[in-house]
Design a protein. Structure first.
Length: 396
């Protein structure tokens, strides 16, 4: 790492997260210099982007001028190439890219320093996990919150909400159809050693967080292992994350006095996650020599499979996996769905076999465009029977 008082940071991505992150670092972090911002957009369309003078379309230029890389493109294939190039240069990488983490992140975690940042739900849950452990709690449930769920939204509604919220249409779809929460919870489960109780998670409706926490705590206890899951709050904010845990019996009276209830399950609420505004905390952590906050681990047990939203026929092209109208993602146990296609790999995939609504897509069902990310996925342990041909010959 560059040995001056200034840390040089390169950022990959020029979307909503990057925009807010660049503004924050430039204004509030005097000891950090953003030296390059990598984009795939035409440079002449980004004149209003902050620090537009350091925008580049060169990956080599990004890496050569940085001590540390933040990858927040939201793109699995592009992000994988960026991170491998950063690792080749000996750089550490912070991601705000849960989609990448659950697709190629386990491979990358074995090759270099990669951590998801605090701010988005997975990083916020990892931070809450650290705090809970320091207070003596034994975590049972890592909980996400979701304000609205529609597994098969229509294009008109998604266009409206995209404009209203200032998010891209594909982001809006992935939030609405549940794919994003499934991805986030799989990352948390793999990174913190938790599991799931059913494909797609429980997804409890909730009018009382403490009651829902108690219910999920009992489910985890009965399962005999910590779990990840989510709730659908009604009547209170869905803006945060929560953790359900146990504590020592002799602390029961004290904890009840502190307004967490009589136990045996205690729900710790973090009522916000501020995405790009909190990335600076992880940036400080890494610069100061701290370890990984969260990644997908080198031995994942969970994946995010793609389910058909409606019947698909031979020859149909899946325009987008994450955030598209043809498939959505659900958390699965890898050992039970060893041939599932990670939903992050399905952009521009073509159906080789017809599939029915709700069917999990496998590698036999689709032909996937070649990429470095695909090579990595096929080499991961959940696909030991699939041989990777030479790059120019890859046909899955």
């Amino acid at each position: 790492m560059h040995r001056s008082s200034i840390t040089r940071v390169g950022i990959s991505g020029t979307g909503m997260i990057s925009l807010a992150l660049v503004r924050m670092i430039a204004k509030h972090y005097d000891d950090i210099q953003i030296t390059r911002i990598l984009t795939r957009r035409p440079l002449d369309t980004l004149h209003d982007f902050p620090l537009s003078s350091v925008l580049t379309q060169s990956l080599n230029e990004l890496v050569d001028h940085a001590d540390l890389i933040i990858e927040c493109s939201g793109d699995v294939c592009h992000g994988t190439e960026v991170i491998e190039r950063a690792f080749a240069a000996g750089l550490k990488v912070i991601t705000i890219n849960a989609e990448l983490q659950v697709t190629t992140g386990s491979y990358l975690a074995g090759k270099g320093f990669i951590t998801e940042a605090e701010g988005d739900q997975p990083g916020s849950l990892a931070a809450l996990h650290e705090e809970a452990k320091m207070m003596g709690f034994t975590p049972l449930v890592y909980g996400n919150m979701k304000g609205y769920l529609n597994h098969n939204p229509n294009a008109a509604d998604m266009a409206y909400w995209s404009e209203k919220q200032g998010t891209s249409v594909d982001q809006t779809i992935s939030f609405t159809d549940g794919t994003k929460v499934q991805i986030e919870q799989v990352l948390v489960g793999n990174g913190l050693g938790a599991t799931i109780t059913r494909q797609g998670l429980e997804g409890l409706g909730s009018t009382d967080l403490m009651a829902s926490g108690n219910e999920l705590g009992k489910i985890a206890d009965d399962h005999g292992h910590p779990i990840v899951d989510y709730i659908l709050p009604k009547g209170y904010s869905a803006g945060g994350v929560f953790l359900v845990g146990r504590h020592d019996e002799e602390q029961t009276r004290a904890i009840e006095y502190f307004k967490l209830g009589a136990g045996p399950y205690y729900t710790l609420l973090r009522p916000f996650h501020l995405c790009s505004l909190e990335v600076g905390k992880t940036l400080r952590r890494v610069i100061n020599g701290g370890g990984v906050l969260l990644n997908n681990s080198t031995t994942p047990t969970l994946g995010v499979a793609a389910l058909a939203k409606h019947a698909l026929k031979v020859g149909d092209r899946i325009a987008r996996g994450i955030g598209g109208y043809q498939v959505r993602g659900e958390a699965v146990l890898i050992e039970r769905q060893p041939d599932h296609v990670p939903i992050g790999m399905l952009n521009n995939a073509v159906l080789r076999r017809a599939v029915e609504p709700g069917q999990v897509l496998t590698f036999d069902d689709v032909e996937i465009p070649h990429s470095r990310a695909l090579e990595i996925v096929l080499q991961q342990r959940q696909f030991p029977h699939i041989i990777v041909p030479a790059a120019q010959e890859v046909r899955v």
